[in-house]
Design a protein around this ligand. Structure first.
Ligand SMILES: [Zn+2]
Length: 99
């Protein structure tokens, strides 16, 4: 976050664009994320398998709460800095995620 505050001192437009890119990238990664085994930490290979070879169960690497918390943090920055586009983008993502 220190990095963003530094950027803010120089270029607000650059900061908003950087944050927008992060939001979009995080959102894409969140939806594409692999499932990992809770027991051996192996990434799920077959999409049909309910359980890992070690008999452990799978879980998403990042849970929805964690994801929403990060988005909320960026939304707060957007509101505070009056980054309209960034605010709309994160609000939309949060709305989709919570519904
Ligand atoms: Zn396993």
């Amino acid at each position: 976050m220190k990095f963003f505050l530094l950027l803010l001192l120089y270029d607000r437009e650059l900061m908003e664009n950087t944050l927008l890119q992060i939001v979009q990238q995080r959102e894409r990664l969140y939806h594409l994320q692999d499932l990992v085994c809770l027991r051996c930490n192996q990434v799920k290979a077959a999409h049909l398998a309910e359980q890992c070879g070690c008999a452990g169960s799978f879980s998403c690497k990042e849970d929805a709460t964690e994801f929403c918390e990060k988005m909320q943090l960026i939304l707060n920055i957007a509101i505070h800095q009056k980054f309209q586009l960034l605010q709309e983008c994160t609000e939309w993502i949060l709305e989709v995620e919570k519904s």
